[in-house]
Structure formats: C-alpha cells, structure tokens
Design a protein around this ligand. Structure first.
Ligand SMILES: CC(=O)SCCNC(=O)CCNC(=O)[C@H](O)C(C)(C)COP(=O)(O)OP(=O)(O)OC[C@H]1O[C@@H](n2cnc3c(N)ncnc32)[C@H](O)[C@@H]1OP(=O)(O)O
Ligand SMILES: CC(C)C(=O)C(=O)O
Length: 510
C-alpha cells in the first residue's frame, strides 16, 4: 500500500523570509486559498510573535481556509507559543510548530545555552503548545549540523512531551543527499519511541540540494516534506513544492508514498506567488518555468511530434499548462516547421515551396530569437508570392548618416541577369526605391506605403505594404524582414513582379 506523503507548505512563513518577498494579509490569504485548492495538507501561515501584521495574517488565513491545517511558528518560548495559539483559535485544524537550535555552534554562540537547557526548553515548549492543540511539531533547528546522539536525546524527549511531528531541518543547506537520507534512517532506528511521530524534513537550497536532500529523506522514511512554491525562502530558498510533488508523482516506481496534491493547480499557484512577491520565475525552472515544456531543437521536436514521451517525462497539462510548446527557432527542423504550417492552416502546393519557405525561415531564425506564428505567415506569403518572380533582390547596402544624404546600392536579378545600381534619396527607403526603379523602369506610381511591426521586441519583423499604379492598373505588394529597409524593398519588388505578370509581360520595361 502507498503511504501518504504530507505536504507542508511554508511559502507564507519561510518563503516570506526571502528579502523583498514580504506579503500583505490579503495577499497571504489569496496564496493560502490557492494552496488549499491544490490540497496542501499543512499551511504554515506565519510567525505570529513576529509582528501584529503577521499575527493578523495567520488569524485571517486560519479563518479563510477550511480544508488545510493551519500552522503557526514559535520559538521555544511561552510568549511565542501563546501568541501562536491565540492566532490559530479560528482554524478548523491547527498546528503549533515550535523550534530550538541543536547544533553546537547555534547552542553555544546564538542561544548561549547548555545542551541540557535546550532539551528542557524544548520539552516545556511542546507541553505548552499541547495546551492549545493536539497537533504539535518540533524542529531541532540546524539539525543538519547537529550531533546525532544529541538529536536522538532531544527528539525522544519531545515525543514523550507530546510532539507528533519531528521536523529535521537542514537549516543552512549543508548536507549531501546520501548523508541527509542516512540521518533520517538513523534517527528512525535509534529513537525508541520514533514510531509515535511522523518524520518531516525542511531543506534549504544553499548548495542547490534542497529537493535532492528532501527526496533522499523521503526514501529513508520521512513522510512530511516542508517546501515552498517556486522554492522561495530564506537565502537561496527552500525545496520547491512543485519539484517535490512531481518528482514523487513521476517516479512512483521509486517511492513507497505519494501526495494528495492536485497538480493541475501548480502553475497557477506559481504564477500567483511570483506576481505577488515580484520574484520572476526563471525560464528554465523545472515544472513552472516558461521553457519547462518547450522544445526548440529540430531533433527533439521531431521526436515529440512522433511521440511526446521521447522527450517529455511529464505531461504539461498535468501541472496546469495548456499543452507543451514547440518554439520555432534556428535549431528547428523541417518536420516541426511543416507541422506548424498545418496548425496555421497554411498549405504549400509543393515540396519546393516548402523548402523555399523553410530556407527563408532559417534565415529569419538566424536573426531572431524566436520565430512567431505571425512571422511564419509573413514569410510564407512572401515565399508563395516570390515563386514566379522575374525581379528579385540579391543584395542591398544602405548608408544613412546624420547630416549626409542617404544612398542605397541595390543588386537585383532581372530575368536571371544580375544588375547593380546606386541612388541617393530623401531617406534610406526612398534611396532603395529609386535604385530599384532605375533598374526596372516600371514607370509606376507609389500610391501607398505602410509599415507594421508583426511581433514584439526590437528584433520583431516589420511588414511593409505598398500599392503601385500603372495605367489604371493597381497592384499591392508585401514584404517582411527584421530590417525595415529590406522589408520595404521586398514589398516594392513583390508589387513590381505583379505589374510584370503576364498582363504586362509583353511590354516589360526592363
Ligand atoms: C531557521 C529559521 O528560519 S527560524 C525563523 C526565523 N524567522 C524570523 O526570525 C522572522 C521573525 N523574527 C522576528 O520578528 C524577531 O526576530 C522576533 C520577534 C522573533 C524576536 O525579536 P527580538 O526579541 O528583538 O530578538 P532578536 O531577533 O534580536 O534575537 C532573537 C532572540 O531569540 C533567541 N532565540 C532564537 N531562537 C530561539 C528559540 N528557538 N527559542 C528560544 N529563543 C530563541 C535568540 O537567542 C535571541 O535571544 P536574545 O535576545 O536573548 O539574545
Ligand atoms: C524553523 C525551522 C524549521 C527553519 O525554518 C529552519 O531550520 O530552516
């Protein structure tokens, strides 16, 4: 039978200890409701003695949330415990979490207490907390740097005093996974009354090992993990809830337990916390980062199109994404490009057209970070339009300098013949148009010229539309490029090729 792994979220307490992440009472309630919706078992809502604001926030969360247990933190001091008990009065289910440091350096340098005094304070605190609730958690702070014999003594004593959860913190993120896992199994073996309590872990990420250490602890018998949304927390943060939950869920072959978390709410909770704290989620963050389910390279895209499991170990939909994402960029291949065209409802009549569009796509991708759907639509219409062209752009050099007249050097292919000329103009586009006209001599009139940015950012493609008139016949042309002058030349040539289409082919001016 699969054991239950309790998820204890401390975003509102340890997460809030991240410099710059403090939250208002209302914000805490919104996050707590999101955690409740996700079916988090225990929500540590704050440290009530810390301030009136924190006391009121714990009270408000206790009042608003009905399905998760609400917990308040306290030092091993009567005043802290009384304040926590008071703040939790309205909770449907409450827990008091009391702690005291047990590592030699913390006891001597910070608390200035003898080890026996620390045990005495811990026992007194647990007993006092039991006057408010049956559910008392005890943490030997800095357990990761504490002596195992001493941990066994204090933990045995607090179980006898009434603690039902023993939380083993790696407060400064010092442990390695095998070491932390073995600490948990040693404590479970050596503490005579260990079976009366649930072992929990609370790992910090100073060496980037918070999740690995927590999972190692779970493999060694821990049945509660303390974690935060997006891994928020003091210094480098805590173990990320989304990573713990999805690691255990995805690797059920390795874990004898699972959580009750409704994983489909993970992404929205992550976004809520990020929005409220202003802590942006890095794109390559596991599970909730923008790239967590995105594929850009052709070989991966080809594999995923054939079978998602080739490169995906989880389903994006299971953690709240709409779907996975194919990003078209310089590493993409033909298969992904063809599939995106199909999704966009674009049909190219031949493999030659597809290859031409793909070549243009690669050229564009070399200039842009990401090629958007609108970019593809523009470049495909360009490809289709240029399939039957007589005049095409080979190269163009434009010189535009303050105080100088701009000029353009344009090289065109005209019926397969290469022709080059240079002209000056009122601006770079005007110079380019004059150079093209001096080669083509179309004697058309430019009736309209307009520029649009197709996508966002300074590397966006610009789309240019022109309308030309000759002898009562009006044609339009479009061109797209990240360089607006080149887009203009393409649009002009696109319209000129229409003017030179069969109707006029008998009288080309070239
Ligand atoms: C590992 C963790 O994350 S623990 C949680 C950390 N979170 C916080 O500290 C946030 C909230 N904290 C606060 O608002 C304040 O620190 C308060 C209200 C708790 C205490 O404020 P102050 O009374 O001004 O004390 P201050 O913070 O300067 O020092 C902490 C005192 O608590 C003592 N202390 C620390 N931990 C404990 C403990 N678990 N049990 C008993 N005493 C403790 C320290 O030895 C020190 O005592 P001293 O003043 O006699 O030297
Ligand atoms: C209060 C304890 C659990 C803590 O936050 C820590 O040790 O990091």
């Amino acid at each position: 039978m699969t054991d239950k792994l309790i998820i204890f979220d401390t975003t509102l307490r340890d997460g809030e200890q991240s410099p710059g992440a403090s939250m208002t009472k209302d914000e805490k309630v919104r996050i707590a409701k999101a955690l409740e919706r996700m079916r988090v078992d225990v929500i540590e809502a704050g440290f009530p003695i810390a301030s009136t604001g924190d006391f009121e926030a714990v009270q408000a969360v206790a009042k608003a949330v009905k399905d998760s247990r609400i917990c308040g933190l306290s030092r091993a001091l009567d005043a802290d415990i009384d304040r926590a008990g008071e703040a939790l009065k309205l909770a449907n289910a409450s827990r008091i979490h009391t702690f005291i440091a047990t590592s030699p350096i913390h006891m001597k340098m910070k608390l200035r207490m003898e080890p026996d005094q620390v045990i005495e304070n811990a026992v007194r605190a647990v007993k006092r907390a039991r006057q408010y609730t049956d559910d008392v958690e005890f943490s030997p702070e800095d357990a990761g740097r504490s002596e195992t014999d001493f941990l066994c003594r204090i933990l045995e004593a607090v179980i006898d005093a009434g603690a039902s959860t023993l939380n083993i913190p790696d407060t400064v993120g010092y442990n390695l996974p095998h070491q932390f896992g073995s600490l948990i199994s040693t404590l479970r073996e050596r503490i005579p009354n260990a079976d009366k309590a649930i072992f929990s872990v609370h790992c910090h990420n100073d060496l980037g090992l918070a999740v690995a250490n927590s999972l190692s602890a779970v493999m060694n018998g821990a049945r509660q993990v303390e974690c935060t949304i997006n891994g928020l927390g003091e210094r480098a943060g805590n173990a990320a809830l989304e990573e713990i939950v999805m690691a255990v869920r995805t690797r059920q072959d390795m874990f004898p337990c699972d959580t009750d978390i409704d994983t489909q709410h993970i992404l929205s909770a992550s976004r809520l916390v990020s929005g409220i704290t202003g802590f942006v989620v890095q794109p390559n963050k596991a599970i909730v980062g923008a790239n967590a389910f995105a594929h850009e390279s052709g070989i991966h895209q080809d594999g995923v199109l054939k079978n998602r499991e080739t490169y995906e170990i989880m389903r994006a939909e299971d953690v709240g994404w709409n779907t996975n994402r194919m990003v078209l960029g310089k590493h993409s291949g033909r298969n992904a490009f063809r599939s995106r065209l199909q999704e966009l409802g674009i049909e190219l009549s031949s493999e030659t057209d597809l290859n031409a569009a793909f070549t243009r796509f690669k050229e564009l991708a070399d200039k842009k970070h990401e090629v958007f759907d609108e970019d593809i639509q523009a470049l495909v219409s360009d490809t289709v339009a240029t399939a039957d062209e007589r005049v095409s752009l080979i190269s163009m050099k434009v010189c535009s300098e303050t105080g100088e007249t701009p000029f353009a050097t344009v090289t065109l292919s005209v019926d397969g013949r290469e022709v080059q000329t240079q002209m000056s103009g009122g601006g770079p586009v005007d110079a380019a148009y004059k150079a093209i006209e001096s080669i083509v001599q179309s004697q058309t009139e430019l009736q309209l010229y307009s520029v649009n940015s197709i996508t966002t950012g300074t590397d966006a493609q610009g789309e240019v539309s022109v309308r030309l008139e000759k002898g009562g016949r009006i044609v339009s042309g479009q061109g797209a490029d990240t360089d607006i002058v080149i887009a203009s030349a393409k649009a002009y040539l696109n319209a000129l090729n229409k003017i030179l289409s069969p109707v006029d082919r008998a009288h080309p001016q070239v």
